[in-house]
Design a protein around this ligand. Structure first.
Ligand SMILES: CC(C)(COP(=O)(O)OP(=O)(O)OC[C@H]1O[C@@H](n2cnc3c(N)ncnc32)[C@H](O)[C@@H]1OP(=O)(O)O)[C@@H](O)C(=O)NCCC(=O)NCCS
Length: 191
């Protein structure tokens, strides 16, 4: 069933979150292929158009997933604005929890504030529109940059999940991070 997701536009910078659909499969695949030579730790399967189309279709139809493309006005003319993806997943309507995931594809696009602003927009949608009470995520224990990044955004580290993620034959520990609606309201009150 269609969810009628809105475009989430930033007031602070030229960035918006556009609901992902199966029609974006080629674009997403292309972006991922461009960086797959790097360390895209999260994509363990081979990338194919068919697989990507099926995935995006599933995201579009799933009542518990909300996936967006991150578009930023990098070249001042909204030319090639697609810089990454961000989403809310596993939305549990009873416990009011949801997991989030974010990726800015190209290393040269990172460090421009896109990730931070995209997360703020996503959190606002999760807490204030979807009524989520707690948003959580998992970061590789060894990803110090990532952990610092989320801490700066106001996420708290709840604990370490031992041998949680199998990658290239090695079980990695993950750090479980979260933000509650109360945390969010406090952060908003301060800014
Ligand atoms: C983490 C990520 C989403 C942040 O998005 P971004 O657009 O680079 O973030 P911002 O520009 O808003 O903030 C930059 C901060 O992110 C942190 N960061 C984390 N990973 C980074 C990376 N690979 N490159 C640059 N900055 C990174 C740094 O602390 C940086 O702080 P600084 O500005 O003081 O140098 C993005 O860098 C990314 O997709 N990285 C690869 C995947 C990853 O490491 N994910 C985190 C674990 S889930």
């Amino acid at each position: 069933m269609a969810k009628n997701l809105p475009v989430l536009a930033s007031d602070a910078m030229q960035l918006r979150l556009v609901p992902a659909t199966a029609a974006h499969a080629r674009k997403v695949l292309h972006a991922m292929e461009e960086v797959s030579a790097g360390n895209l730790q999260f994509f363990t399967d081979d990338l194919t158009l068919e697989r990507e189309t099926t995935y995006l279709q599933r995201m579009e139809e799933s009542p518990t997933d909300f996936l967006f493309l991150i578009e930023a006005n990098v070249h001042e003319d909204w030319e090639s604005p697609f810089v990454g993806t961000i989403g809310i997943h596993e939305h549990d309507q009873y416990h009011r929890t949801a997991r989030f995931g974010v990726l800015v594809f190209r290393p040269e696009s990172r460090g421009n504030g896109f990730g931070s602003e995209a997360i703020r927009l996503l959190l606002r949608h999760a807490f204030e529109t979807l009524g989520v009470n707690k948003v959580y995520g998992k970061v590789f224990e060894e990803n110090i940059l990532g952990r610092t990044f989320y801490a700066r955004l106001g996420f708290l580290q709840e604990g370490r999940l031992r041998q949680e993620y199998l990658l290239d034959g090695i079980f990695h520990d993950m750090v479980y991070i979260s933000m509650t609606r109360g945390d969010w309201d406090q952060l908003r009150a301060r800014h």
